[in-house]
Design a protein around this ligand. Structure first.
Ligand SMILES: NC(=O)c1ccc[n+]([C@@H]2O[C@H](COP(=O)([O-])OP(=O)(O)OC[C@H]3O[C@@H](n4cnc5c(N)ncnc54)[C@H](O)[C@@H]3O)[C@@H](O)[C@H]2O)c1
Length: 337
């Protein structure tokens, strides 16, 4: 199948490009590089031994999307492009609604114009908000507590309405939990600009000596070791979830939602220890007060994805740590050269 990946040089998009290309699909990447780098596409080519087209452009440019969808005879789109920093979304809501919501409308307009009606959308567990119960299943009430989460929910609702308006649409909403890890080659991985917002890239920068210590925000939560617990999913497992979602859409019209998570919460201390084991050094930490808005624990019920998509995770925290460490060494090498 010919598949367009918006945000295709980003963290999850790049790993998904590898999985799809290796499964025999023809992949086209489109990215405005606001949070990635063109060199990622060269490294995807290196891993897959293919020349994957990479278009520089913005999803809000409907004309460019129409041209790209037509030129490459695209049959399905995976829509990764978006902004994802929760803190920044509260400070700059218009930027987030414009990029994430208006960007999605522009893409859907273009798809409608050229009659491409199959889309996988990158949603997020943040749409659930404060847990009413755990694990979150897809029926859990939706009440995001930040602007970023609301942009994701709005796009979900737009896609639901679209599916209702025209039965030809084939849509999956994938609610990701906490993606971590890197491709086993060490050639691609998460590469945030500035100080990372997420735990794993932060740990990696402490290990590289770029940051002095890891702050542990609260060790008195009602969890196994007192630190926050999250559902960390290996990015390659997540990437494989997109392949499974596309196969599902071959035989299903309408709009279906799936959690992509492991179902097993892991604490800050557990993730840190696994990384220390992979890199062979003890990393400096400091205890800091709880951060406002941080939930003590949340994790997915991934059963629906298993039942409908035939997908489940095959990698654990040790794979996350070894692949992240390989990626860290590669990045440190790139930075030094
Ligand atoms: N990483 C996570 O923790 C996580 C969790 C849940 C959901 N998601 C969602 O998954 C998607 C991919 O996330 P990621 O972690 O790979 O993020 P990322 O920032 O690494 O990738 C997003 C890519 O989209 C590009 N982009 C942003 N706005 C664009 C625009 N207007 N036009 C074209 N390209 C644009 C960026 O340059 C970047 O390469 C996002 O929509 C994100 O909200 C991510």
């Amino acid at each position: 199948m010919n598949i367009l990946l918006t945000g295709g040089t980003g963290y999850i998009g790049s790993h998904t490009a590898v999985v799809l290309a290796n499964a025999g699909h023809s992949v086209v990447l489109l990215d405005n590089f606001c949070n990635s780098n063109r060199s990622v596409s060269e490294r995807i080519n290196q891993i897959t031994n293919q020349m994957i087209p990479c278009i520089e452009g913005d999803v809000r440019d409907t004309g460019l999307l129409v041209k790209t969808l037509t030129e490459f005879k695209i049959e399905a789109v995976i829509h990764f492009a978006g902004l994802k920093a929760v803190g920044e979304s509260g400070q700059e809501p218009l930027k987030y609604y414009d990029n994430n919501v208006a960007g999605s409308i522009s893409l859907l307009e273009a798809m409608k114009q050229v009659n491409v009606k199959t889309i996988v959308f990158s949603s997020s567990a943040t749409v659930y908000g404060e847990p009413q119960y755990l694990p979150y299943d897809e029926e859990h009430p939706l009440n995001p507590i930040n602007t970023y989460g609301r942009t994701k929910l709005q796009v979900e609702e737009i896609l639901q309405d679209l599916a209702k308006s025209d039965p030809q649409w084939r849509i999956t909403l994938l609610r990701y939990f906490n993606p971590v890890g890197a491709h086993e080659s060490g050639l691609i991985g998460e590469d945030p600009n500035g100080i990372p917002n997420n735990l794993m890239p932060y740990i990696m920068q402490v290990a590289s000596g770029k940051l002095p210590h890891l702050n542990i925000f609260g060790n008195d939560y009602d969890t196994r070791d007192g630190t926050g617990e999250r559902d960390y999913i290996h990015v390659m497992d997540l990437a494989e979830g997109h392949l499974a979602a596309l196969s599902f859409l071959q035989n299903h019209q309408g709009c279906e939602t799936f959690n992509l998570g492991t179902g097993k919460p892991v604490s800050v201390i557990e993730l840190l220890s696994a990384y220390e084991q992979a890199c062979g050094q003890k990393l400096p930490t400091k205890l800091a007060p709880r951060r406002e808005g941080d939930l003590p624990i949340y994790y997915a019920k991934p059963n629906k994805a298993k039942e409908y998509l035939g997908w489940m995770v095959t990698r654990g925290v040790a794979d996350v740590s070894t692949s992240s460490y390989r990626w860290q060494q590669m990045r440190d090498g790139l930075a030094a050269s």
